[in-house]
Design a protein around this ligand. Structure first.
Ligand code: AMP
Length: 290
């Protein structure tokens, strides 16, 4: 395993491997790795000859300076965990390596997939920050495949749209959300939850799985599915920023779920920690706590 900090070193390292026909899998992260990230790394190591994991807390996608400041960082531990899960290269660029003083570019999409939900609540700069840094990282690494979690469903959709719009030569692979045994979606931000907040946070996953259970029992009206979810949020005293049934392709709210491709999304501020979660509403899909 090798840690590299510059684009030049990264390219030098990967050049010979690429030339000899090795496939490269890439897992972009903001560090503070947990089992969700490691599932992406593991999946990448199964599919590819070489796995590159990046650890970069991207300042441009944070709308809240306090959130950026408090974002957990654990570099040495991240390197060990990534290596244990199958990473060959851990790329940890400094902020100046990614954004030198001369930097002015932005990669930004338009439309509801960036304007709605996460875009509405975190501001227009959020997804522009994501698409700009992901474009840069993809150009730095040059992977055959890049791995993203379904946990960030809207981000995944935005990245897929960007790759399609810009004809980027990479296959985007999505990986199901890894959860705690009780259902809480793993997130780097979970370490910031107090024990009391951890108890509230469970309301997010419990609520969306209640919505999914209503769907599983035959409910097709979004109002019915959302009412089941909202009852649980109320029980947990969680006030969501949003709770909606959306089309996973357009991120427009749906009034009814009549075909596959609907997703129940939720976001809530738990104390000073903002959490998101989602679940697909598909008759065939079995996920979440059993
Ligand atoms: P982050 O470090 O939060 O930017 O996340 C890096 C990647 O890991 C993103 O593609 C996330 O969607 C993914 N990820 C984060 N949490 C989970 C999880 N619980 N299960 C699966 N993937 C996740």
């Amino acid at each position: 395993m090798t840690v590299v900090r510059t684009v030049a070193d990264l390219r030098a390292l990967l050049e010979s491997r690429r030339a000899t026909g090795h496939s490269i899998g890439f897992v972009p992260t903001m560090g503070a790795l947990h089992a969700g990230h490691l599932e992406l790394v593991h999946r990448a190591s199964v599919d590819n000859d070489i796995v590159v994991v990046s650890v970069f807390v991207n300042p441009t996608q944070f709308n809240d300076p306090a959130d950026l400041q408090a974002y957990p960082r654990s570099e040495q531990r991240d390197v060990e965990l990534a290596t244990g899960a199958g990473a060959d290269v851990v790329f940890i660029p400094g902020a100046d390596e990614v954004y030198p003083p001369s930097f002015t570019a932005t990669v930004a999409l338009a439309g509801p997939i960036v304007d709605n939900f996460e875009g509405a609540h975190r501001g227009a700069a959020h997804f522009a920050g994501v698409t700009t840094v992901v474009t840069k990282l993809l150009n730095m690494v040059g992977p055959h495949r890049a791995y993203f979690g379904q946990k960030d469903a809207q981000q995944l959709r935005v990245v897929r749209a960007m790759v399609s719009d810009l004809n980027l030569d990479v296959k985007i692979v999505d990986v199901p959300t890894v959860r705690e045994p009780d259902g809480l979606a793993l997130s780097s931000r979970n370490v910031r939850l107090s024990p009391a907040e951890r108890a509230y946070a469970l309301g997010l996953s419990r609520a969306i799985f209640a919505g999914k259970a209503a769907f599983g029992s035959g409910a097709r009206e979004a109002t019915v599915i959302l009412a089941a979810a909202r009852t649980v949020l109320d029980e947990f005293a969680v006030h969501p920023e949003y709770l909606a049934v959306v089309d996973s392709d357009t991120f427009f709210p749906l009034a009814r779920v009549d075909q596959d491709g609907a997703v129940l999304v939720v976001a809530a501020q738990i104390g000073r920690t903002r959490l998101i979660d989602n679940v697909m509403l598909e008759a065939s899909q079995q996920d979440g706590p059993q």
